[in-house]
Design a protein around this ligand. Structure first.
Ligand SMILES: Cc1cc2nc3c(=O)[nH]c(=O)nc-3n(C[C@H](O)[C@H](O)[C@H](O)COP(=O)(O)OP(=O)(O)OC[C@H]3O[C@@H](n4cnc5c(N)ncnc54)[C@H](O)[C@@H]3O)c2cc1C
Ligand SMILES: NC(=O)c1ccc[n+]([C@@H]2O[C@H](COP(=O)([O-])OP(=O)(O)OC[C@H]3O[C@@H](n4cnc5c(N)ncnc54)[C@H](O)[C@@H]3O)[C@@H](O)[C@H]2O)c1
Length: 469
């Protein structure tokens, strides 16, 4: 163990919050240690957003090439070079990771330590952190250790070489038939990508529908979009066990009721668990929730003053943008600001093609408010009736807007359709700025875009009733 090193702040975990907060603090003249046991950039850069969104592009190009004749373009038969697509993805990951490394590496005052970090008690006002051979102390500790895949207690799973998001992205050969357990974001994004790259794909979801959080009609539209591409969707299943298929060459998932589903590869995408179990939290008196998350106040401070929990581990978001936003809040508050995570409006996109994007309340939440006497209206518009979508030949999906009739504020929006990952932000910005629907109606839109339809959609809104029937 080397001698004790003193810092103004120690960041454990280089996900989507810690490195950026560290950079801000050193720019203010502080001395900061950034401890990362794997790769800078965390899940997003190395095994999440960056690789999946890069591979998604290869899948989309293959998909559009197959549709080429619809647009008057002749291509001949379309072949996917899986290795080349994976290599393109890896190059992008390496570029992102090395860019981050180069930027962080030249920041004066920032010490990067490649090791697993953990708290080891306190010395007066200072927290002690151990990281490999290093013993560090600082009065401020920022935890940004993210999540890892949750493996469900399915009999037989521990004896199979199943895939998770990381192992899937390391494949060298295209799976001939990919069976996916789980029907959430990772499942659906990867199902469509691998289907378009040439795999057969089957999804097995225990819940009654895919994308459990979404409105029923939206989940149905997502399911329809995936089945139209030849993806087999099984909802409401109960998995009894998994094992090798008869020919030993693949996997067999045995379902309750006697049915089984075989595949060459098995992807398990059934949620994530927080990396809080090896952090030595008990040494400073910090506790986690029943599911392992760190509880924070709206300033993202834990129950122990001087320790912050940022990103997925605080369960205030499970996205790169929420993690990054967390560090922005803390950076400003450390400089005397009064920002709060409570003030932000939840927004996200699932990057199927077309994407599903959402902000604010869901229809079911709004209906509950109606039972409490609120006057709420909803507008729904099919993408097949949006001119730009017709011109693009991509008419899947719909737009839904929820409006509070008394205040004029948007309460939420859901969009399944081309560029909805971008368009949703128009509503998100109006919501965050406290504006009303009139702002959207009166602003001058660009033609021809999907966004230009928002005023028309708003005009067609109807009162929302307490029940959907
Ligand atoms: C397949 C996939 C696709 C995704 N796509 C998107 C997307 O399109 N958009 C989006 O917004 N989000 C996406 N996400 C979610 C996104 O990746 C996370 O929300 C995001 O990475 C934020 O996480 P974080 O900052 O909390 O930590 P992470 O990015 O998880 O990083 C935590 C870091 O801490 C390190 N660490 C953990 N414990 C220790 C320790 N004790 N000592 C030292 N280091 C430690 C880990 O090695 C890791 O590098 C995706 C996730 C997955 C899995
Ligand atoms: N576009 C994005 O922003 C994006 C993309 C990918 C991942 N992510 C993040 O990654 C995280 C994890 O995603 P995920 O898809 O693994 O989890 P998820 O929680 O979104 O979905 C998991 C699904 O698995 C099902 N399930 C659980 N146990 C099962 C079982 N035994 N058999 C069958 N089904 C089972 C659940 O009912 C649920 O529908 C999310 O928090 C998300 O924020 C985000």
């Amino acid at each position: 163990m080397s001698g004790e090193q003193r810092f103004d702040a120690i960041v454990i975990g280089a996900g989507q919050a810690g490195p950026f907060l560290g950079a801000t603090l050193v720019a203010r003249g502080m001395k900061v240690a950034l401890i990362e046991e794997r790769d800078l950039g965390g899940t997003c850069v190395n095994r999440g957003c960056t690789p999946t969104k890069t591979l998604r592009k290869s899948a989309r190009v293959a998909h559009m090439a197959r549709r080429a004749s619809e647009f008057g373009v002749q291509t001949g038969s379309v072949q996917v070079n899986f290795r080349a697509a994976m290599e393109r993805m890896q190059r992008r990951v390496e570029e992102a990771r090395s860019g981050l490394q180069a930027w962080l590496g030249q920041l004066e005052g920032l010490t990067i330590i490649k090791a697993r970090g953990r708290l080891a008690g306190r010395e007066g006002e200072q927290f002690v952190v151990l990281a490999g051979e290093h013993q560090l102390v600082a009065p401020k500790v920022v935890l940004n250790t993210g999540t890892r895949p949750f493996v469900p207690p399915v009999p037989g799973l521990d004896e199979l070489p199943f895939l998770d998001n990381e192992r899937l992205l390391a494949l060298r050969e295209l799976p001939s038939r990919l069976v996916i357990i789980g029907g959430g974001y990772i499942s659906l994004e990867m199902a469509q990508i691998f289907r378009r790259l040439g795999s057969e794909v089957a999804i097995l979801e225990t819940g009654p529908r895919l994308t459990a959080r979404e409105d029923e009609d939206i989940a149905a539209a997502v399911t329809g979009m995936l089945t139209a591409e030849g993806i087999e969707v099984n909802t409401g299943v109960r998995i009894e066990r998994v094992g090798k298929a008869d020919n030993d060459a693949g996997v067999r998932v045995q379902l309750a009721g006697g049915r089984s589903v075989d595949g060459s590869h098995l992807l398990v995408a059934t949620g994530r668990i927080p990396n809080t179990d090896c952090l030595g939290l008990e040494t400073v008196g910090l506790e986690v929730s029943a599911r392992g998350y760190l509880v924070t106040n709206d300033r993202l401070e834990t129950a122990v003053p001087g320790i912050w929990a940022l990103g997925d581990i605080n369960q205030r978001g499970a996205f790169t943008h929420t993690s990054y936003h967390d560090q922005d809040i803390v950076a400003e508050n450390l400089a005397g600001g009064q920002r709060s995570a409570a003030a932000r409006v939840g927004i996200y996109a699932m990057f199927t093609d077309p994407p599903l994007a959402h902000v604010g309340l869901y229809e079911a939440d709004a209906r509950k408010l109606v039972t409490e006497g609120r006057r709420i209206s909803q507008a729904v518009h099919a993408m097949k009736d949006v001119s730009r979508a017709k011109e693009e030949g991509e008419t899947v999906g719909k737009i839904k807007l929820l409006i509070d009739e008394d205040s004029g504020h948007f309460l939420g929006a859901t969009m399944l359709g081309i560029q909805s990952d971008e368009i949703i932000q128009a509503i998100g910005l109006v919501m965050a700025s406290g504006g009303t629907w009139k702002l959207v109606r009166d602003a001058l839109p660009v033609h021809p875009t999907v966004t230009e339809f928002l005023p028309t959609i708003i005009d067609r809104r109807k009162p929302l009733t307490a029940s959907s029937g």
